[in-house]
Design a protein around this ligand. Structure first.
Ligand code: AMP
Length: 424
């Protein structure tokens, strides 16, 4: 039997839900734009190599990608994250040749991961993200983090905390990774199956194992901060000191290593920290990646970025009751008309109103006046305009204000001025 249901872990967006999605896109894009980011839209599918680079042992790459052969036998992957695709586009379009010190980009769009669907975890979800290429400075790291902070503030989200860590530059990270590897090998039998697999290629990831994060073997593992070299230490201290200066609250979390392999130095996440079901949910994650561009074509260009989970932001704003007055797509005017001539007039006036940005609906059928008023009850327009034979002959319409329940006769040529005056 045909299956006409949506795929597990996907969602239809309509009604108020699509308005919420658009609202978050608008707020985030506006702030990113003010921070000097320009929008980029990359394809939803890419050659698989874009996402899989040598030695990448992240969960996303090893088990969560939607990868398939197309009809030309090419391996194609639905993008599981934005960064690798943006790097591909940055290099392919030689955006580095713009002679600017930085290339600052933001994106908004769907991502696809074969994860177990549960609350806040989908197989298709939306991310808003930013990426900056060109320089590596603590000041830049902080400004990027602050842009995310400001988006969350603008959305009026409560009870979130910025968790931050340094996983060191390549050299520090390598030394730490080798030490962790030896340590975990000594405790192999106390690790979950996933972590046993991670030992060889990405021992750092064992630290944020989701299966058993109270495991004493993990808690007592060597700490990254003892392995940071002098320059990594200084870099991290500078990041923290700038955040202090700008009163951005944070917690240093030594267990934070992030799921993707390409990060260096600064990594961060914004987490909900509350007494309810939302506690611990990650709404944004990112970090600096000195080695990612290099892994594509060898160019030594550092980058930094983050991605926010839009569905999670929506869920949090739902639970924290933040939508009042923010999403409104009410009908401005419903035109009720009686005879066929009046309907033609209604259509003409509707076009005029729409040209002036009033959301306008008319009755296209020949339903009775009573039925049209019933329709008005359902559509709940701000104004009901009535056109009958008498109005037509006098070159006027009757306009009823749904809020005040008052009705006035308005000359055709004054309709727009009248409505604009009312809506102020
Ligand atoms: P990541 O690219 O894994 O760092 O994810 C960045 C953000 O995207 C996370 O903090 C989440 O808010 C969101 N996110 C990641 N995976 C999912 C998913 N499967 N469903 C919904 N949101 C997700």
């Amino acid at each position: 039997m045909a299956n006409y249901q949506k795929i597990k872990g996907t969602q239809d967006f309509f009604g108020t839900e699509i308005l919420k999605l658009r609202y978050i896109e608008k707020v985030a894009s506006n702030i990113a734009n003010n921070f000097g980011f320009n929008e980029i839209k990359t394809p939803i599918f890419e050659n698989t190599e874009v996402f899989v680079r040598l030695g990448d042992e992240s969960d996303i790459v090893t088990k969560e990608m939607y990868t398939f052969l197309d009809k030309g036998n090419r391996s194609i992957t639905l993008r599981p994250e934005g960064t690798a695709a943006v790097v591909r586009s940055y290099l392919e379009n030689k955006l580095y040749a713009n002679n600017l010190p930085l290339t600052k980009l933001y994106y908004f769009g769907p991502m696809f991961r074969y994860e177990r669907p549960q609350a806040g975890r989908y197989r298709e979800f939306h991310q808003f993200g930013v990426e900056v290429f060109g320089k590596s400075t603590a000041l830049l790291d902080c400004d990027v983090i602050i842009s995310a902070y400001q988006i969350l503030k603008k959305l009026k989200i409560d009870n979130f905390v910025l968790k931050i860590n340094s996983i060191g530059d390549y050299e520090s990270r390598k030394l730490y990774s080798d030490t962790l590897q030896s340590y975990f090998k000594e405790h192999l039998n106390d690790l979950c199956d996933d972590c046993k697999r991670r030992i060889e290629k990405n021992p750092l990831r064992i630290l944020d194992c989701k299966v058993d994060n109270n495991n004493p073997i993990l808690l007592n593992a060597p700490k990254i901060h003892d392995f940071l070299n002098q320059s990594s230490k200084q870099y991290f201290q500078e990041v923290l000191s700038i955040l202090n200066q700008f009163n951005i609250p944070y917690e240093v979390d030594e267990k934070l290593v992030r799921g993707l392999d390409y990060y260096t130095d600064t990594v961060f996440e914004f987490i909900i920290n509350s007494q309810d079901d939302l506690n611990g949910i990650a709404i944004c994650g990112g970090g600096k990646y000195a080695e990612l561009v290099k892994s594509f074509n060898g160019m030594d260009i550092p980058g930094i970025g983050y991605a926010m989970g839009v569905e999670r932001l929506i869920a949090i704003m739902d639970i924290q009751n933040k939508w009042d007055g923010l999403i409104n797509n009410d009908l401005d005017v419903l035109i009720i008309s009686l005879d066929y001539e009046s309907k033609l007039k209604a259509l003409e006036i509707a076009h005029l109103l729409r040209d002036h940005n009033f959301k306008t609906e008319i009755d296209y059928e020949n339903i009775t006046m009573k039925q049209q008023f019933k329709l008005a009850d359902k559509l709940n327009p701000k104004f009901i305009m009535i056109i009958g034979e008498e109005e037509r002959q006098n070159g006027v319409v009757s306009i009823k204000d749904s809020r005040t329940k008052t009705q006035e006769s308005v000359a055709n040529r004054d309709i727009i001025t009248y409505l604009k005056g009312k809506l102020i």
